[in-house]
Design a protein around this ligand. Structure first.
Ligand SMILES: [Mg+2]
Length: 197
């Protein structure tokens, strides 16, 4: 009787969740300029945690200004490599879901940003909680927010991000540019896994 060895399962999940702010475009310098008009705040290099701004303003005040920027999202340029990055993900057979923690009223400007810059996007998700996307169909998460990276990792989902002052305490899986993250996605593509399949 022949008994075949069980083969490791291949990844069957398809979705890769890609953040917008400080992942596909550099929000921080613009946010600094806008906030500086109203508050005396430190330079971006001193934004040492994701909630640094709470010492300087209320959450309502922060959201008013950050939403104002998001409402003009189509006027800002993405990182130069963002187009190629998302296209490469799509060409690998994955489904890039662009997901951002922002208000629904910013949806139109965000869609324009995606279309204008030809960013490959299977679905645009705008909400106050992108972790609803962290399910069995999700192969990877790309975000600069250390809390989001942690939540993905806790669910066994590989998570990567660009290095920023507010995530410098998180040492692993942070990179200088999107091409380095793309190399990680390529490595995932052919990697057998029993966790994600
Ligand atoms: Mg972000």
């Amino acid at each position: 009787m022949h008994i075949s060895r069980p083969q490791p399962q291949r990844i069957t999940a398809k979705n890769i969740i890609v953040d917008i702010d400080d992942t596909l475009w550099p929000l921080a310098p613009t946010l600094h300029d806008e906030l500086s008009l109203h508050y005396s705040i430190p330079p971006v290099s001193e934004w040492s945690d994701f909630g640094w701004w709470k010492k300087f303003m209320t959450i309502e005040e922060f959201w008013t200004i950050s939403t104002g920027i998001s409402l003009r999202q189509d006027q800002y340029d993405p990182y130069p490599e963002a187009h190629i990055f998302l296209l490469a993900i799509k060409e690998m057979g994955f489904n890039p879901i662009i997901a951002s923690h922002r208000k629904a009223i910013t949806s139109s400007a965000t869609q324009k940003f995606i279309i204008k810059n030809e960013l490959a996007c299977g679905h645009l998700h705008i909400s106050q909680d992108k972790t609803v996307l962290f399910d069995q169909n999700c192969i990877a998460v790309i975000d600069d927010n250390p809390d989001i990276l942690e939540k993905a990792a806790m669910r066994g989902i590989p998570a990567f991000g660009l290095k920023c002052p507010w995530n410098r305490e998180k040492r692993d899986h942070l990179y200088d540019n999107l091409f380095d993250i793309l190399d990680c996605i390529k490595a995932l593509k052919d990697q057998p896994t029993e966790i994600l399949a």
